[in-house]
Design a protein. Structure first.
Length: 266
């Protein structure tokens, strides 16, 4: 377990990176700018810093120099996130023996491996000519054919609470990562399951009810509290949804607005 300081003014990046690294057992501190990062690093020394290069009032290079000038943190490794191609050349504060450049957008497996490399636990990742990881620790492995509801062959790679990381955000991440597996949601006495194949929702149901397919997804999107876990693995069977994740989220938001409007008028 390590303490990782994530410095980025994009709330979405903060939430995604924090969820992934927390699931891996790391302690994650968040900052939206370099000066806030220096304050947080002073309170608790990080083992690794993940920093966007372009920050509101400073940049990642100045942050690295300022942090390493402190006597208690001269050798903290940095993972610099570069949003623009023009930023991807190492800057003046880059130390090749300990630092890494990670272009945005990146895959979650790339981020995990970059942190592992910074901590000296795994060798640098082999990258394909397209810039994508050749193999990842959470990549799907061949598995024998399984029934759609067979979860024994799957393994949990992400979990959390819905009021901190909503189902809509989770589905977007899984779509971007083209993950296959099942999302299990538990709230009060109810359990819901959403099956995904290559990031696309193909089935869903809520135990103990007749809510299935799109209707089940819309109900689950409305759960304000509860816990979720994502079990990665093969999902077989027919696509019972027939809609994109974007459509499901937009329609779910529209239905929720209608429900809220009806409550206000009653």
């Amino acid at each position: 377990m390590a303490r990782v300081l994530v410095v980025d003014d994009d709330p979405w990046t903060q939430r995604m990176v924090s969820a992934v690294l927390s699931q891996s057992g790391h302690i994650v501190d968040l900052a939206s700018d370099g000066w806030e990062a220096l304050i947080r690093a002073g309170r608790a020394r990080p083992d690794v810093v993940i920093s966007e290069l372009k920050l509101p009032t400073t940049d990642g290079w100045r942050l690295a120099s300022a942090l390493r000038n402190r006597p208690e943190s001269p050798d903290i490794p940095f993972i610099f996130l570069a949003s623009l191609r023009s930023e991807r050349a190492p800057g003046p504060a880059f130390r090749p023996e300990m630092d890494q450049m990670l272009p945005k957008p990146f895959r979650l497996e790339q981020l995990e491996d970059a942190v592992g490399t910074a901590l000296g636990r795994v060798p640098p990742r082999r990258i394909t000519p397209r810039g994508m990881p050749a193999v990842g620790p959470h990549g799907l492995r061949p598995a024998p054919p399984a029934r759609p509801d067979a979860e024994a062959a799957r393994r949990t790679v992400l979990s959390g609470v819905l009021d901190e990381f909503g189902l809509s955000s989770l589905l977007i991440v899984l779509e971007l990562e083209r993950k296959s597996g099942v999302v299990i949601l538990r709230a009060a006495q109810s359990v819901g399951r959403i099956y995904l194949r290559q990031g696309r929702v193909v089935r869903a149901h809520i135990e103990g009810s007749d809510r299935r397919g799109q209707l089940a997804v819309y109900d689950l999107l409305g759960w304000p509290r509860g816990r979720f876990e994502f079990n990665v693995g093969e999902v077989s069977g027919e696509d019972e949804i027939g809609s994109s994740t974007s459509f499901l989220l937009l329609e779910g938001a529209r239905l929720q607005d209608e429900r809220d409007h009806d409550k206000e008028n009653n």
